[in-house]
Design a protein around this ligand. Structure first.
Ligand SMILES: Cc1ncc(COP(=O)(O)O)c(C=O)c1O
Length: 413
């Protein structure tokens, strides 16, 4: 398979000449995709195990989502929230029924949903919990990833994310992930909320110990602290349940969704909460020109309907289990650990065998598109539409690449 054709080289150098250098993409130029598969400009075909960072849960260019997009695009796309539109109400009704929340606030990107949740928690703390002005604290976890705005980057524990972007927004306290006792110790009368990912995907698919989420739920309830779950990556079927909190029945007070809510076609995110919490906001407190626009609403409704109609949550659970247990059986010292739930799987690579990126490049040559996260972890997250035959194909390709794994002479010993 060739990734270095003249056309690819020209396209990459044109892009790199103009684009800000804030990403380090794989050396491949994708020009079309369908279902689980993507094609590059040289005609090579890849099984997409990146899924736009777990956003393309419904598969690429799903016909029903595409139909919703094109029909709505020809009818009405944008009104702003200055007036009502005839799509947003139906979208929010479907989303609230799906997640068992009373109210929703639509936004566009994941980071915006997290910013919205932070503002909501602070307003709730001042107006309902009785925290003194400007004293509210939000507890976050080490190794979190909630997006890239200045406030969110400021409470990241990843040096590159915060260094040189200060001063950080005050009011955030960081604790260890997966340790409920630490949460209990960190709560003060000023604590408004705990902001948490049920599985830390960007950090390397870190799954907390069993019982953690339900314990955290109890601690938040008994201290009148909001449990705010960021399910922007884990939600909408990715982990084999509609929401990852359902693995432990730990219904949050505030839920953030994004990514797959737009069916891989349009940026759509949302914050969900009870009426009591959401009505901390008054007109003018928060907003977005594009949030809840009719095009986004029509696409998101179709995206949810596809998840339900095609039983993609059950498929994610079944295929994820097959894939993860097959990888666990690979007989290679290159793999130190395999973690994950459903179709969110992390393969921890032993440093002696080089970086995860080294394997991502070998897999790309074998027709599998996947990306490293945090140097030593390969994340495998195909669309939830993956079939038995495609899962088997993926297992065979992974097995072939790992069976040839050799220690990396350049690796630090
Ligand atoms: C858990 C989580 N939260 C928030 C975000 C930010 O989403 P966006 O890139 O749409 O702003 C991401 C993106 O990867 C994420 O994984």
């Amino acid at each position: 398979m060739s990734h270095d054709s003249r056309a690819t080289e020209v396209e990459i150098s044109r892009t790199e000449r103009y684009v800000a250098p804030n990403y380090a993409p794989l050396p491949v130029v994708i020009c079309k995709a369908a279902g689980c598969w993507a094609w590059d400009i040289d005609g090579n075909k890849y099984l997409d195990c990146i899924s736009a960072y777990s956003s393309v849960n419904q598969g690429h260019c799903h016909k029903k989502i595409l139909a919703a997009l094109t029909t709505q695009a020809a009818r009405l796309t944008l009104t702003s929230r200055a007036v009502h539109n005839d799509q947003m109400g139906a979208f929010l009704e479907l989303l609230c029924e799906l997640s068992e929340f009373e109210n929703a606030l639509p936004m566009n990107t994941g980071a915006e949903a997290v910013e919205t949740a932070i503002k909501l928690a602070r307003k709730w703390a001042y107006t309902k919990k009785g925290v003194a002005a400007n004293q509210a604290e939000i507890i976050v976890c080490a190794n979190n990833f909630h997006g890239r705005t200045t406030t969110i980057s400021g409470f990241s524990s990843e040096r590159q994310y915060w260094q040189d972007f200060g001063p950080a927004t005050p009011g955030f306290v960081s604790i260890e992930f997966g340790n409920a006792a630490e949460l209990a110790k960190a709560i003060t009368p000023n604590t408004a909320a705990l902001l948490l990912e049920p599985i830390q995907a960007e950090a390397g698919v870190l799954v907390p110990p069993p019982g953690y989420l339900s314990e955290v739920r109890k601690i938040c309830t008994s201290n009148n602290v909001l449990l705010m779950l960021d399910e922007i990556q884990t939600g909408l079927g990715r982990t084999g349940r509609m929401f990852a909190f359902q693995h432990e029945q730990a219904q949050p007070d505030v839920l953030m969704l994004g990514k797959a809510l737009g069916g891989g076609m349009y940026p759509v995110s949302a914050v969900l909460a009870s009426r009591e919490i959401m009505h901390s906001f008054a007109p003018g407190d928060h907003g977005s020109t594009f949030g809840g626009n009719p095009l986004a609403s029509a696409v998101a409704m179709a995206a949810i309907q596809v998840l339900l109609d095609e039983d993609l949550v059950a498929n994610a659970a079944a295929q994820g289990q097959r894939l993860q247990s097959a990888i666990e059986r690979f007989d290679t010292p290159a793999i130190q650990a395999v973690r994950g739930k459903g179709l969110l799987i992390g393969i921890q690579i032993d440093r002696q065998f080089g970086t995860a990126k080294r394997f991502a490049l070998q897999l790309l040559d074998a027709g599998v598109m996947c990306k490293d996260t945090h140097s030593q972890v390969l994340r495998i997250a195909p669309p939830l539409t993956i079939t038995d035959a495609e899962t088997q194909w993926l297992i065979d390709k992974l097995a072939a690449v790992f069976s040839l794994a050799e220690p990396d002479s350049a690796a630090p010993s």
